[in-house]
Write a protein that binds this ligand. Structure first.
Ligand code: IMP
Ligand code: MG
Length: 178
């Protein structure tokens, strides 16, 4: 099994680019069926989703718009401890058909907060597309509308996802070697 080192950790090949792109095409076809004629607004969640969003959206051949947000974390007083605030959303989502494009859903906290925040501005519809979904790690009940791949609760890098800022440039997805 080919292994790579990123900083102090070793990772092994988990999902090759060919398989990733096959699943991205499948999600693009699903979104195409659902969103044709609805001029959807895709909201790519930076940094991790940049590569997925790029490969996904270039496979759609109907009118749509694309924008980007970042989530800023800060210590909150809520029970979850960590509150995330949206930065950079200039476009109005009111009455729009919105598709949030995420890299991975792990515990589900991030996407739930995002859904809650965006919902306040009354979009016509709100869907979630995620590259990866770790159903076993989920702490909040959430069912993403479009999932490229379900994975076990391993830590992964590549194809946009990072370990301590590194590994986003990898074409394939790697998992932490135990
Ligand atoms: P959640 O809020 O626990 O669902 O976590 C979502 C965020 O945690 C993702 O958007 C990623 O930035 C990060 N994350 C979760 N699992 C992984 C992983 O396996 N590798 C890299 N980042 C991850
Ligand atoms: Mg993310």
């Amino acid at each position: 099994m080919p292994a790579i080192q990123i900083k102090d950790k070793f990772f092994e090949l988990f999902i090759p680019e060919e398989k990733i792109l096959k699943e991205v095409q499948r999600v693009a076809d699903q979104i195409g069926n659902d969103m044709l004629g609805k001029n959807p607004l895709f909201i790519c969640v930076l940094n991790g989703a940049f590569m997925f969003a790029s490969d996904l959206i270039k496979r759609l051949d109907f009118p749509c718009e694309v924008t980007f947000i970042r989530l800023k974390s800060y210590e909150g007083t809520g029970t979850e401890g960590l509150v995330k605030e949206i930065h950079g959303l200039i476009e109005s989502v009111t009455d729009r058909n919105v598709v949030v494009v995420e890299d991975i859903i792990d515990t589900g906290h991030t996407i739930c907060q995002l859904i809650e925040t965006i919902s306040k501005d009354n979009p016509a519809s709100l869907k979630v597309a995620t590259l990866l979904f770790k159903p076993e790690a989920l702490k909040i009940k959430v069912s993403p509308d479009y999932v490229a791949m379900d994975i076990p609760s391993d830590f992964i890098v590549g194809y946009g996802l990072d370990y301590d800022g590194h590994g986003r440039n990898l074409r394939d997805i790697y998992k932490l070697r135990r």
